[in-house]
Design a protein around this ligand. Structure first.
Ligand SMILES: [Zn+2]
Length: 302
């Protein structure tokens, strides 16, 4: 049977916010069973906002959460790493309103979680098992969940740019697939958008160290990590935004030209369509639990 997991010990990293440009220290801490993932603002006396779809606020090229006066931005890459490594319960403590962008991917958060180690907990893990299709469309953008025995993602993107037209990929997600195929994929932007973003007070911390910048004749960074790094990053974003459901999903997520606004609106819709899914305990799930890339993570029973 699959049980809930948290971190074995606290761990810390530092970086800057992609949009704010502010320095920030991030700590991941263990949390009890059924706690979920909660962001805590150390600079606001420890006020918390849970990482759930009903706290989404401030979508601006990143996913933000708000509760009362508490605000946390750019949560999606860290949430994707936590949910994909099977961390159900954790406190994410920040001393600034934005999660550090690190290198623009989820890989640094994978290292951080692996450094902390994983601890199993006594309570069973519960999954959202999709029973019937759900979908949301906005113009030519679409996102849907279909019944499946596994968590799979199909993503397709299409841009009107000579270097980036269409990319599509389907993956059956496991911990090792996420770590190897998705986590290293970096966020991206078009050079012509960078100045517009900065004029709006966004991307102030952005640089070639933390984002792929697509110019008219090539990427400004030296090299891509994958030829289809762009669609892989969209899968990373979608996994992070779907983490706001509060439980891992057993179903097939299919998205075309989505973004954080569409992903998070769909997460809220899924929470509302309670007859379209059911919560099942780990034993009912046939998804593989083995995690090749996590072999190095010390597992310690509670
Ligand atoms: Zn992203």
């Amino acid at each position: 049977m699959s049980v809930q997991r948290t971190l074995r010990r606290a761990t810390t990293c530092a970086g800057i916010g992609l949009h704010s440009g502010s320095k920030v220290t991030l700590s991941l801490r263990p949390a009890p069973a059924d706690f979920g993932i909660r962001f805590r603002r150390a600079d606001m006396g420890g006020l918390e906002v849970p990482a759930t779809a009903d706290h989404v606020g401030g979508i601006n090229y990143a996913t933000g959460l708000t509760r009362d006066a508490v605000k946390v931005d750019t949560v999606e890459h860290l949430l994707a790493a936590l949910v994909s490594l099977g961390i159900d319960n954790a406190v994410v403590e920040l001393n600034s309103p934005e999660v550090p962008i690190m290198d623009g991917s989820a890989a640094p958060f994978i290292y951080l979680i692996q450094e902390a180690g994983v601890k199993t907990q006594a309570a069973p893990r519960r999954y959202i098992k999709v029973l019937r299709p759900m979908s949301l469309s906005r113009g030519d953008k679409r996102i849907a969940l279909y019944p499946s025995d596994h968590f799979k993602v199909t993503y397709s993107i299409a841009y009107d740019h000579p270097l980036l037209r269409e990319q599509s990929r389907t993956l059956r997600l496991s911990e090792s697939v996420f770590v190897d195929e998705i986590a290293p994929a970096r966020t991206f932007t078009f050079l012509k958008e960078v100045e517009q973003l900065r004029q709006r007070g966004l991307a102030l911390g952005g640089s070639l160290e933390n984002a792929i910048v697509i110019g008219e004749t090539g990427v400004l960074n030296n090299a891509l990590r994958f030829t289809d790094e762009f669609v892989r990053h969209k899968i990373l974003d979608a996994i992070g935004d779907l983490a706001l459901l509060g439980h891992p999903v057993v179903g097939h997520l299919v998205a075309h030209r989505g973004g954080h606004g569409l992903h998070t609106a769909f997460a809220a819709q899924v929470m509302a369509e309670k007859d379209a899914w059911t919560l099942v305990e780990g034993a009912a799930v046939s998804a593989p639990q083995a995690a090749g890339s996590l072999a190095a993570v010390p597992l310690e029973a509670e």
